[in-house]
Design a protein around this ligand. Structure first.
Ligand SMILES: NC(=O)C1=CN([C@@H]2O[C@H](COP(=O)(O)OP(=O)(O)OC[C@H]3O[C@@H](n4cnc5c(N)ncnc54)[C@H](OP(=O)(O)O)[C@@H]3O)[C@@H](O)[C@H]2O)C=CC1
Ligand SMILES: O=C1CO[C@H](CO)[C@@H](O)[C@@H]1O
Length: 272
């Protein structure tokens, strides 16, 4: 059983889920999701932008796992931002995902003034019970402050790039202080954590792979994590992180690998 965290509105979210960006839009994604569900995953992170919501919906529907036991996340893409276009994008996502509600709907990137309208639509869908939790991605502290100062409901989740070379302690603390659950994207640096020497040392010490060490570090830092894989052995081993604990010293030493180095786009270029 993958343990769960509780969002500030009481909704339960698994600490670990399957990311499906670049998991393909057909059978590759379906097979990966079926494998993950068999391995105990109960959370899937997709996006309209990934063009595989249909595959996600099909895999979940055919898995035999009850919809209410799965935590389904998708995101409103930049070109769909705005009040009416968000409602339309949401309806389209529901149809593709073969579901009547979402567990988590996220704004994919901040997009200047339009984001206020997007958020208003999401607040309404949340209040109507069509989404169990609403949140954002790629919001830095100024983005979060601006949204919170100008809206009724604060985000329940902020999903941002997070791994040992991009720790952003201030953003983590800000999320914590405001009861916003942080969620890590690109958590294993696309597999590159395997090449970091110190993580190889910890791998020998704990008898876990560097990837497992890093995913465990996420959990102990209270960051939800969503590693992507379409490889069955990796899907299984990435979830095998709940039977060991990193010492406080080793946690702090992983923190020190921080280089403030991004692999993805810088949210600073998105004015809001
Ligand atoms: N909100 C946002 O803006 C963003 C959200 N995301 C979300 O976060 C998820 C995860 O991030 P992502 O960018 O995919 O990167 P990840 O850090 O999860 O890395 C995925 C890559 O690592 C490989 N991999 C997986 N497990 C292992 C392993 N145990 N050993 C070695 N290599 C491994 C995968 O290969 P293979 O599949 O071949 O096994 C894949 O190439 C995305 O899928 C998406 O859902 C990502 C980017 C931005
Ligand atoms: O979700 C995403 C997947 O990765 C893309 C490219 O790195 C990101 O831009 C996007 O936000």
């Amino acid at each position: 059983m993958i343990p769960i965290t509780k969002l500030y509105n009481g909704v339960e979210m698994p600490w670990l889920g399957l990311g499906v960006h670049r998991a393909g839009s057909g059978s590759e994604a379906e097979t990966a999701i079926q494998c993950a569900l068999r391995a105990g995953y109960r959370s899937i992170d997709t996006a309209t932008y990934y063009q595989n919501e249909r595959a996600v919906g099909k895999a979940v529907f055919e898995s035999g796992v009850r919809r209410e036991d799965i935590f389904l996340t998708t995101k409103v893409w930049n070109t769909d931002q705005g009040y009416h276009s968000t409602i339309n994008a949401f309806e389209a996502s529901l149809e593709k995902l073969q579901t009547s509600y979402l567990d988590l709907y996220l704004i994919h990137w901040p997009q200047s003034e339009l984001t206020f309208e997007t958020w208003k639509a999401m607040e309404e869908l949340y209040e109507k019970g069509q989404i169990r939790a609403i949140g954002v991605c790629n919001f830095l502290i100024p983005h979060l402050k601006r949204l919170m100062e100008n809206s009724r409901i604060k985000p329940m989740v902020n999903q941002f790039e997070f791994h040992p070379e991009l720790v952003q302690p201030e953003l983590l603390q800000f999320c914590k202080d405001n009861q916003i659950q942080p969620e890590a994207w690109r958590p294993i640096m696309k597999g590159r954590v395997n090449e970091i020497e110190f993580l190889q040392e910890l791998s020998d010490k704990y008898q876990k792979s560097p990837v497992q060490i890093v995913l465990r570090w996420d959990i102990q830092k209270e960051v939800v994590t969503i590693p992507k894989s379409v490889t069955p052995e990796r899907i299984i081993s990435n979830a095998d992180i709940f039977d060991f604990e990193l010492s406080a010293d080793d946690m702090a030493r992983i923190d020190k690998l921080d280089k403030n180095a991004r692999l993805g786009e810088d949210p600073n270029i998105h004015h809001f």
